[in-house]
Design a protein around this ligand. Structure first.
Ligand code: DX5
Ligand code: ZN
Length: 217
């Protein structure tokens, strides 16, 4: 049995009324608010940054799950902590000194999470898994909402679950990209603890009902 958590991604929110969308999430059974920070260098898109996170944190009643798709994340760890991040995720592919980066995130008082792109095998985390609070598996190539789920992710979740059971049972597995009720159920069954979902939730007729339904899958 895994923990079934849901983290709506505000990348798919209406930025002209972001406050209302945060209030919507506040009223739902969402566990985290997933915030996608993109720099146009690591990924081919630019989203939002620290000033937006600060404002989201002022009204959010859920922990902020901040996913950094940026190069040189070490330069901004303290700034994201001050802005209100509770969980900070960096990409394995952007961190040549990953142990140092993870230590800095924890020393700053946040939960530390590492993200893997679809082509990066989970085995690269073998010697750092004991230090992590969460691993985020990308199930699309990062940069955009609304892409199709990559099915190879199921195998990665199962293998990562075995690594975690052996080395750090309290570490959570989060999956991000192309998550809907069908892929979501399969992911929970494979061993995922936290699902990120953006376009599926925000395109739903009743986004609160959609968020709450994930908790019952
Ligand atoms: C993609 C982002 C995701 C994105 C997911 O790079 O990391 O969090 O918002 O969007 P959907 O759920 O639409 O695939
Ligand atoms: Zn994300």
């Amino acid at each position: 049995m895994t923990t079934r958590l849901i983290a709506p991604s505000i990348l798919s929110a209406d930025f002209s009324r972001l406050g209302e969308d945060i209030e919507m999430i506040n009223q739902s059974h969402a566990d985290y608010i997933h915030c996608d920070v993109m720099d146009g260098v690591f990924v081919p898109n630019i989203s939002f940054g620290i000033p937006v996170i600060e404002k989201v944190a002022e009204i959010a009643k859920k922990p902020l799950d901040v996913h950094l798709m940026i190069v040189n994340p070490d330069n901004y760890i303290s700034a994201f902590q001050k802005a209100g991040a509770d969980i900070l995720t960096v990409h394995y592919e952007t961190c040549p000194h990953l142990h140092r980066t993870v230590s800095s995130i924890k020393e700053a008082g946040m939960k530390a999470s590492v993200c893997l792109n679809p082509h990066t095998p989970v085995t690269v985390l073998d010697d750092i898994i004991g230090d992590l609070d969460m691993v985020l598996l990308m199930s699309v190539n990062p940069g955009f909402g609304g892409q199709s789920f990559i099915k190879n992710t199921y195998k990665k979740v199962r293998l990562l679950k075995e690594m975690i059971a052996a080395k750090n049972p309290s570490c959570l597995i989060e999956v991000d990209g192309g998550v809907n009720f069908e892929t979501g159920l399969n992911l929970y069954d494979a061993g995922a603890d936290v699902l990120v979902s953006g376009s599926f939730i925000f395109k739903a007729d009743d986004p609160i009902a959609a968020i709450n339904h994930f908790k019952t899958l």
